[in-house]
Design a protein around this ligand. Structure first.
Ligand SMILES: [Zn+2]
Length: 238
């Protein structure tokens, strides 16, 4: 279910069912000469939407993506938009506090832009300890099982998500081929990885790995297994 299209009357049932709220977090930044600047936002949002649709046992609500993130290192290229580090942290904190204010207890920040990683990965502790809000944050390429799948599907870039390289270009070729300038799909300064190795087929295989991995992660969050992994315990789990 997409949060943005819900009516006020639909929220009570979702809160009652202990819905997980997914906040896609990404960026508007240059993606070399061949991908649209909203690549990270759209990829992340689409992964979240598909995982929400595939989860039947409890409601998963997907917010519109936080479309701008922390991208100061991309500002030398036209089209990029960035927040300052502190502002970005404040935006995510205030979005989470708003969601929690209505009674939701589980918020998953799904990140789609590497520059956001330090903020997103620190959110769980920050929000729990400073704001009393339950949340976790993870990059879509770090979901359990996904790094291995990426290495298998995109060997040229060694399984790295890169930037406008094999992985991201393949995902956009699968999701929005009409927006990819395939004739210009190659490395230029500001990119990372080899877009020439990309294909729509690889993109579909990536989605077939990432979406179920997110569904599994949502289930473990909803049933409490995930949060147990953050507990202080005598035995270290392997
Ligand atoms: Zn990207």
């Amino acid at each position: 279910m997409e949060w943005a299209t819900m009516r006020r009357t639909q929220f009570a049932a979702a809160i009652e069912a202990d819905a997980v709220v997914v906040v896609p977090v990404a960026s508007i930044e240059q993606h070399a000469g061949h991908l649209p600047i909203d690549t990270d936002s759209q990829t992340c949002f689409e992964i979240a939407r598909r995982a929400a649709q595939a989860t039947q046992e409890f409601p998963v609500l997907v917010l519109p993506p936080v479309w701008t993130g922390y991208s100061p290192h991309h500002m030398k290229f036209p089209g990029s938009i960035t927040l300052e580090f502190k502002t970005f942290l404040d935006v995510l904190t205030q979005v989470a506090r708003s969601i929690a204010h209505h009674g939701f207890r589980k918020i998953l920040f799904l990140n789609g832009h590497g520059g956001n990683t330090p903020v997103v990965s620190g959110l769980r502790t920050k929000l729990a300890e400073e704001d009393g809000v339950g949340a976790v944050g993870i990059n879509y390429w770090d979901l359990p099982g996904v790094p291995e799948a990426m290495r298998r599907i995109c060997p040229v870039d060694g399984g790295s998500v890169g930037h406008a390289g094999e992985t991201e270009t393949s995902l956009q070729l699968a999701l929005r081929p009409e927006l990819v300038d395939a004739a210009n799909a190659r490395w230029i300064p500001g990119a990372s990885g080899d877009a020439r190795a990309a294909s729509a087929e690889k993109g579909r295989a990536l989605l077939d790995a990432i979406v179920p991995a997110l569904v599994a992660y949502l289930r473990s969050y909803h049933d409490g297994t995930l949060e147990k992994t953050f507990d202080w315990t005598e035995k270290v789990s392997r």
